[in-house]
Design a protein around this ligand. Structure first.
Ligand code: ATP
Length: 135
């Protein structure tokens, strides 16, 4: 089985969609192996989004991701990384397919409810960053 890091972002927490997102992950058959409500600060945002810190969209993204608590989790299952990204849908909620989390609940390119690791390397990096010692 493979593990992926998932972040349920502040917009989802504010809107009361944590349960809906978790249900989709669990209904699919993924197991939750770690989970915590976390207030992200600027430092953690910069580390998590290291590949985006120089991009024009990053300052407002950081403001958003630090704007309230998020739920950080690690899920496990067969091909968990790809499965989570399929469940999440395309980055832009306006373009994401109906039936996906973003396609059903987001109308925004930034406030798109969830993050999922995009490769085995980023999953390892992100799990080490958010849940050190989880192995
Ligand atoms: P994630 O990494 O969050 O799962 P993703 O891989 O679909 O999403 P990335 O390209 O890695 O998308 O961008 C990371 C996050 O940055 C997006 O989830 C979104 O919140 C934000 N973002 C990306 N592109 C834009 C943009 N053009 N304008 C505003 N926000 C953006």
């Amino acid at each position: 089985a493979q593990r992926s890091f998932v972040l349920i972002k502040p917009d989802a927490v504010r809107r009361g969609l944590v349960g809906a997102v978790l249900s989709r992950l669990e209904n699919k058959g993924l197991s939750i192996v770690a989970m915590e409500l976390r207030q992200v600060n600027d430092e953690l945002s910069d580390q998590h989004y290291a590949e985006h810190v120089e991009k024009a969209f990053y300052p407002p993204l950081r403001t958003f991701v630090t704007s309230g608590p998020s739920v950080a989790l690690v899920v496990e299952g067969d091909e968990a990384i790809e499965v989570v990204r399929l469940l999440n849908g395309a980055t832009d909620g306006r373009k994401a397919a109906p039936g996906t989390i973003r396609g059903d609940y987001s109308l925004s390119n930034r406030e798109n409810l969830v993050h999922g690791s995009d490769s085995p390397e980023s999953a390892k990096r992100e799990i080490d960053l958010w849940f050190p010692g989880l192995a």
